[in-house]
Each structure stands twice: as structure tokens, then as C-alpha cells.
Ligand binder design. Structure first.
Ligand SMILES: Cc1cc2nc3c(=O)[nH]c(=O)nc-3n(C[C@H](O)[C@H](O)[C@H](O)COP(=O)(O)OP(=O)(O)OC[C@H]3O[C@@H](n4cnc5c(N)ncnc54)[C@H](O)[C@@H]3O)c2cc1C
Length: 411
């Protein structure tokens, strides 16, 4: 089939690569280059362990304090508050222990095969060097503090995540740069990361083009239908493109396109920030999650990346780079010897659903249209497994993962 993939972030690119393995002809439709939106500046962690949703039991007690702090880990711009409040209430409804257990089980099913699903794509694109399996350290100021997160960590373990306690001495041996602030850790040895998320998408996308895909630098605006099928994709400034099928993988911008295909989904964006310290003098070997600080630190090819925070302000408001600077100050406090003479900053739009589960499945309104977006904080992790599953759906094969929890019609 000739399939249009709308969006060439990590999700659209991996989906295209998996579809090509079935012999389909791909046209990417995206005004941007590969991986230039949210997939550009994320923390790059590829974590089979990252199966907990954003809305956790007890989080709501901290919310008022966070909301009053415009530089806190979770903030809402006041002008955007009336719009996002119903969505936040929905998220809250998914944060009971029973719901979190259900959601974590579903996320784990897409996260367990991360590397199995990336490996054939990386090998084909000769891009294996962009991914490493060096493990992740969740670090805490003390063992007592870590106890606050015990329920979630136990849930991860019950779902098969390997987590090993690391006491202070071993922690300092594993990562001498953590000395001082952190006295207890949990090592997730199966986790990995990419040394450059944008480069990872670009490499996979370039291979798709070498394998015959075409990239139209256009914004998709709608669909032409014949019977119950999409016959063409409409674009800004160009004639409609005739297709046999379409996948919407437009990240945080997917809602209007999904609605045109019959699925009204509560997609919201949680904006996140990074600072990348170019000439880092830290010698970290693992991805480090400073849990109390909601801060992820990842050594990358271009420097040390510090990323995190959630800001509800929609798709149009300009970035508040004070939030990125707050990440930098946090990094300086945790690593006083960090050389921050050369730093870049960035903001990206995470595509988020209130239950923290992505939308993966066939649309209600057309037999040859599929949705793949809403991966929230874990799109790099789940891009390749999503692509594999979409390829199964397009081919009419049984999925390898139970896709019911990700159904576009669950809302
Ligand atoms: C600070 C931060 C840290 C993060 N850290 C991690 C991490 O460590 N690990 C992890 O797994 N995830 C992480 N994430 C999340 C991850 O980056 C996202 O989940 C992922 O990039 C989403 O990929 P995507 O392909 O769905 O969307 P995007 O990468 O945003 O791509 C969507 C594409 O669709 C295109 N598009 C939009 N509208 C249209 C249209 N109408 N027509 C055509 N094209 C269109 C856009 O131009 C864009 O290229 C992080 C995110 C942030 C912000």
C-alpha cells in the first residue's frame, strides 16, 4: 500500500520504518525535518522501567504548592488554567492505586520490548552507536527518603522491572560525581538511552528515504474520503495526496486530525524543558534520575543534558526559559563542580493523555486510517514498539501486545 505517515518525530519515523519492512510505500507529510519537534531535545532515556504514569496516588497533595511556584516541577499558566482544569481532573481520576496498577501493566507491555523493536531498525540504518545499554540510577538523598516512592518501585518490581538497591559506598564507586548529595540509589541495569535523540530520528528517517520513502514538507489539514476509506490527504499549499492508507503520528498536534477521522481524544500538551551543558566536566556513566528533584540527567554526545518539568500552557504560548534556568540552578546545586560556561536551552511539547497511555489503533471513521500519538513522557521509549504494533494492525496480523488499553475509542 501507499501509506502517508503524518508526522516524522520518533513515533512516525519508527512506524514508517516498520511499515516499510512489510513492503509498504511511505510518504512522510511534515513541515519540519525529522525529529525537530518534541523528539529533538528530550532526555533520551530508553527505559523498560519507566512504566509509572504521571498521575500517581498522593501527587495531588503536593499540587497546590507546586502550582503556586511558577518554576516548580509542575505548573499551569494562569491564563490556560480554565482550559486545562477538566483535563487535570480527568488525570486525577486515573491516579488511584488500582488505576495506576492497570496503567503500569499496559505501559510495561510496550516498554519491555524497547530494544527488540529498535534493534532491527538501528542495525538496518547502521545507527547502533546512537543507543547504549548503560543502565539508569534512581538516586535519593537517603534510604529513608526513597521510602516515599516505595509503592511505585514495588509496583515496577512486581511487573518484572529489575531494580537493585545501591548503598552509599557503591553509589559513589559507580558514579563518583554523585558524591555528597546522594546516599542511596536503585539501579535499573536493563535501561538504556540514546546519545542524541534528534540524531536517532534523523538516522532512521534517512534510512526510510534510502528505502524509497518520500518526505513532503507540508502541513496535513484533512482527508478526502471515498466510502468508508481515506482516499487522499489534504495539505496546506499543495494538491491532495492520493493514498491507500494513513497513519496520524503528529504528536501533540494530532487532536484535530484524529477528530476528522471520527475520534475525539483528550490530547493535551505537557511542555518540558532542557538545558544541555556543552563541555561538561562530569563523567557520568549512567542515566541519572534525581527523584526528589524530578530531574533527569543524561550524558549525551553534545554534552550533559538536564531535563524535566511539566508546564501546562498549550501549544501556542512562548517558552518560559526561566524554567530551563531553574533546571540549570538545580544541576549546579546537585553537582557544585559542574562547569556551566556553555549551555543551550530548549522547550518541547509532550503529547499527553490523561491516563498516561498513548493512543494506538484504528480510527472509528475510516477503515484505512490508524492513530499513533500521545506517548507523553515516554515517546522515545515506546516509538519503536508502537511502530511494530501499527505495522501489525495495518497488515491485519494479531498484535504482539494487547492494544485494548491504548484504543482511541477508550474515552
Ligand atoms: C523535557 C523532555 C524530556 C523528555 N524525556 C524523555 C525521555 O527521556 N525518554 C522518552 O522516552 N521520552 C521523553 N520525552 C518525551 C518524548 O520526547 C515524546 O514523547 C516524543 O518525542 C513524542 O514523539 P512524537 O513523534 O509523538 O512527536 P514529535 O516528536 O513532536 O513529532 C510530531 C511531528 O508531527 C508534525 N506535525 C504536527 N502537526 C502536523 C500536521 N498537521 N501535518 C504534518 N505534520 C505535523 C510536527 O511537525 C512534528 O515533526 C521527553 C519530553 C520532554 C519535553
Amino acid at each position: 500500500m501507499h501509506i502517508a505517515v503524518i508526522g516524522n518525530g520518533i513515533v512516525g519515523t519508527c512506524t514508517a520504518a516498520w511499515l516499510q519492512r512489510d513492503g509498504h510505500r511511505i510518504t512522510f507529510i511534515d513541515p519540519l525535518g525529522p525529529g525537530e519537534a518534541c523528539s529533538f531535545g528530550n532526555a533520551g532515556s530508553l527505559s523498560p522501567s519507566a512504566c509509572l504514569p504521571v498521575g500517581m496516588p498522593g501527587m495531588w497533595r503536593k499540587l497546590p504548592r507546586w502550582l503556586l511556584d511558577p518554576l516548580g516541577p509542575l505548573t499551569v499558566r494562569w491564563r490556560y488554567a480554565p482550559w486545562v482544569l477538566p483535563w487535570l481532573l480527568r488525570m486525577q481520576q486515573h491516579s488511584s492505586r488500582a488505576e495506576v496498577t492497570r496503567i503500569a501493566t499496559a505501559l510495561r507491555s510496550l516498554l519491555t520490548p524497547i530494544f527488540d523493536c529498535y534493534e532491527p531498525l538501528l542495525e538496518h540504518a547502521q545507527a547502533q552507536a546512537l543507543v547504549r545499554r548503560s543502565g539508569c540510577l534512581y538516586v535519593y538523598s537517603s534510604r529513608d527518603t526513597a521510602a516515599q516512592w516505595k509503592w511505585g518501585m514495588d509496583l515496577r518490581r512486581s511487573l518484572g522491572v529489575q531494580l537493585r538497591d545501591v548503598e552509599r559506598d557503591e553509589l559513589e564507586q559507580l558514579e563518583p560525581d554523585l558524591k555528597g548529595r546522594f546516599r542511596f540509589g536503585l539501579l535499573a541495569p536493563e535501561n538504556g538511552s540514546t546519545v542524541d535523540p534528534a540524531q536517532l530520528v534523523a538516522a532512521l528517517h534517512a534510512q526510510c528515504l534510502r528505502d524509497g520513502a518520500v518526505h513532503l514538507r507540508r502541513r496535513a489539514t484533512g482527508f478526502e474520503r471515498t466510502g468508508g476509506r481515506v482516499s487522499a490527504v489534504q495539505m496546506e499549499g499543495a494538491e491532495p495526496l492520493a493514498v491507500d492508507g494513513v497513519v496520524v503520528a503528529a504528536g501533540a498536534w494530532s487532536r484535530a486530525l484524529a477528530a476528522q477521522l471520527g475520534d475525539r481524544v483528550p490530547l493535551e500538551t505537557q511542555r518540558g524543558y532542557h538545558v544541555t551543558v556543552r563541555s561538561s566536566n562530569l563523567q557520568l556513566r549512567h542515566t541519572v534520575m534525581a527523584v526528589e528533584h524530578n530531574l533527569m540527567v543524561n550524558p549525551m554526545a553534545m554534552g550533559l543534558r538536564l531535563a524535566g518539568t511539566v508546564e501546562f500552557a498549550g501549544l501556542k504560548a512562548p517558552p518560559n526559559y526561566e524554567r530551563a534556568q531553574a533546571l540549570l540552578r538545580q544541576g549546579q546545586a546537585l553537582f557544585p563542580h559542574l562547569d556551566t560556561s556553555e549551555v543551550t536551552q530548549w522547550m518541547g511539547h509532550r503529547p499527553c493523555m490523561p491516563d498516561s497511555l498513548p493512543v494506538i489503533g484504528a480510527t472509528r471513521g475510516a477503515d484505512n486510517a490508524w492513530l499513533a500519538f500521545g506517548h507523553g513522557h515516554m515517546g522515545m521509549c515506546m516509538g519503536a514498539s508502537t511502530g511494530r504494533e501499527v505495522a501489525h494492525l495495518v497488515a491485519g496480523r494479531a498484535p504482539q501486545v494487547d492494544l485494548a488499553p491504548f484504543s482511541p475509542q477508550r474515552f
